[in-house]
Design a protein around this ligand. Sequence first.
Ligand SMILES: Cc1cc2nc3c(=O)[nH]c(=O)nc-3n(C[C@H](O)[C@H](O)[C@H](O)COP(=O)(O)OP(=O)(O)OC[C@H]3O[C@@H](n4cnc5c(N)ncnc54)[C@H](O)[C@@H]3O)c2cc1C
Ligand SMILES: *[C@@H]1O[C@H](CO)[C@@H](O)[C@H](O)[C@H]1NC(C)=O
Ligand SMILES: *[C@@H]1O[C@H](CO)[C@@H](O)[C@H](O)[C@H]1NC(C)=O
Ligand SMILES: *[C@@H]1O[C@H](CO)[C@@H](O)[C@H](O)[C@H]1NC(C)=O
Length: 535
Amino acid sequence: MLRPATLSLLSILILYISWRVTFPETFQQCLIKHSDLTHPISEAIYTPQNPSHSSVLQSYIRNLRFNTSSTRKPDLILAALHHSHVQAAILCGKKHALLMKIRSGGHDYEGTSYVSSVPFFLLDMFNLRSIDIDIKSESAWVESGATLGELLYGISEKSKTLGFPVGVCPTVGVGGHLTAGGYGNMMRKYGLSVDNVIDAKFVDAKGRVLDRKSMGEDLFWAIKGGGAASFAVVLAYKIKLVHVPEIVTVFQVERTLEQNATEIVYAWQHVSHKLHEDLFIRLVLDVINRSQTSEKTKTLRASFVSLFLGDSERLLSIMNQNFPELGLTQSDCIEMSWIQSVVYWSTYFPLGTPAEVLLHRKPPKLTSLKRKSDYVKEPISKDGLEGIWKKMIELEKPYLIFNPYGGKMAEIPATEIPFPHRAGNLWKIQYVTNWNEEGIDAANHYLDLTRKLYNYMTPFVSKNPRQAFLNYRDLDLGINSHNEKTGYMEGRGYGIKYFRDNFDRLVQIKTKVDPGNFFRNEQSIPVLHQLNQVE
Ligand SMILES: Cc1cc2nc3c(=O)[nH]c(=O)nc-3n(C[C@H](O)[C@H](O)[C@H](O)COP(=O)(O)OP(=O)(O)OC[C@H]3O[C@@H](n4cnc5c(N)ncnc54)[C@H](O)[C@@H]3O)c2cc1C
Ligand SMILES: *[C@@H]1O[C@H](CO)[C@@H](O)[C@H](O)[C@H]1NC(C)=O
Ligand SMILES: *[C@@H]1O[C@H](CO)[C@@H](O)[C@H](O)[C@H]1NC(C)=O
Ligand SMILES: *[C@@H]1O[C@H](CO)[C@@H](O)[C@H](O)[C@H]1NC(C)=O
């Protein structure tokens, strides 16, 4: 029998050897050799011996579920300061057969940009965040490490009537958001963020910097919604700005079950996707105490949160004609500039907070979280809704956000980009569970509650496949082992949920541009090895 002390010495030795094997010093030397001498790469390298290693890692962790001592840490962080550093990371990562994770804003719900079950190094993009806006051509180049808030604020500084359709959380990174779709409260008018991307610069598996012309239309198609992390490292996107009115109107109206929520939600289901495309009404459903005095009895609250691209008079006339059940009044409506509506929608800040708050790179509050997604193709009956309320009240914690589609979303063909959820999808469901308790038991408890609600919803949502949204990363849909024999079928499992019939085109492009599968993560596009052999 070995004694515990000998055992732990032994395991330290094994750990050390395996670290040396996977992360040889020659990797660092390779990085130095392959980068541009006028931009010293050594300043961008953080090994675990560097006292800043953990603070750099933690500064873009946005799900505290992955901020634990048992979460595997990267063996090296390269916080690229120059394009040549990204090129070096790819060339040397390939040479040394290391797994590279790519992080821009770190908002991936499953942490796939900075968490791994096997040794890896992290390519961090937060230093590359310049934004170059050209009002004359109504376009902009924006680097991956910029946040949505920085981008929108930058646009508003130059024009009060130009904007860009993105998600509603200003700290989200441009890098991950735009490559997986990116939706927000202007999607019914302008589509997804990625529907408005007109060019991109990235570094491919051969370490080349390419743009739309040199990468070709196939690859440009793939990174617009297919998740660039399977194909390349995106340095920057060129986007087409969109027109916004000088005055927009927002409202948030809440109704509980006692205030006819069921009737109103039932009506919302039939109109929300057909309304004028200037009008977006999100529905948030959560469980609250019935009153402050009777904390034991719960009720369901339906919150209708809206952005209207116009003034309150036109909004009220549209609402009275199409959705009188909500009973919207003038006093519910708040008129403001478009950039103020961005601040309002971010929900973190009180009304009237100056737009500069959009420049804060860190959200005011972080929690542990789990998200899942679904698509609804037919309105749910009143009985169906009542069953859902009962289940939600029983589970209490997980809540639902319904985001209506229609408008521009239904006009764009399902094959235009890899994101396939277009005509026929009435709204998307987001399952939301946040918690503050630490530890694996709490995490398992809340994951279980979220999955229970998702299972309950099965009869009401899309099937064969049950569709999902890539920006709402959900590892319950499957994880790829990247084994040559099983990788394709494993990838197909989650791939058809995220991409439907576009999955196979993504696989073909992947197999052509990255046959060695250097760009991989838990849910990347797999290589089809047979296809490779045929060619
Ligand atoms: C609080 C919060 C609110 C959100 N709100 C919305 C919303 O309103 N609408 C919406 O659509 N989504 C929303 N999301 C989801 C968000 O869009 C996605 O998580 C998005 O991928 C985050 O981008 P990121 O750069 O911050 O994330 P990261 O975690 O850095 O990256 C996400 C994925 O993209 C890859 N990636 C990142 N950068 C690059 C790059 N430069 N090149 C290649 N691959 C890259 C990563 O490897 C990872 O797989 C929200 C998320 C959070 C946490
Ligand atoms: C993440 O964990 C570290 C180490 O335990 C801790 O110091 C830090 O405050 C945590 N981050 C957040 C945002 O809670
Ligand atoms: C609920 O609806 C009924 C019938 O449509 C109506 O009489 C009642 O006033 C409504 N209640 C509230 C609180 O709006
Ligand atoms: C509801 O009541 C419980 C106590 O039973 C309390 O812990 C909780 O914070 C209350 N929730 C809200 C939203 O007020």
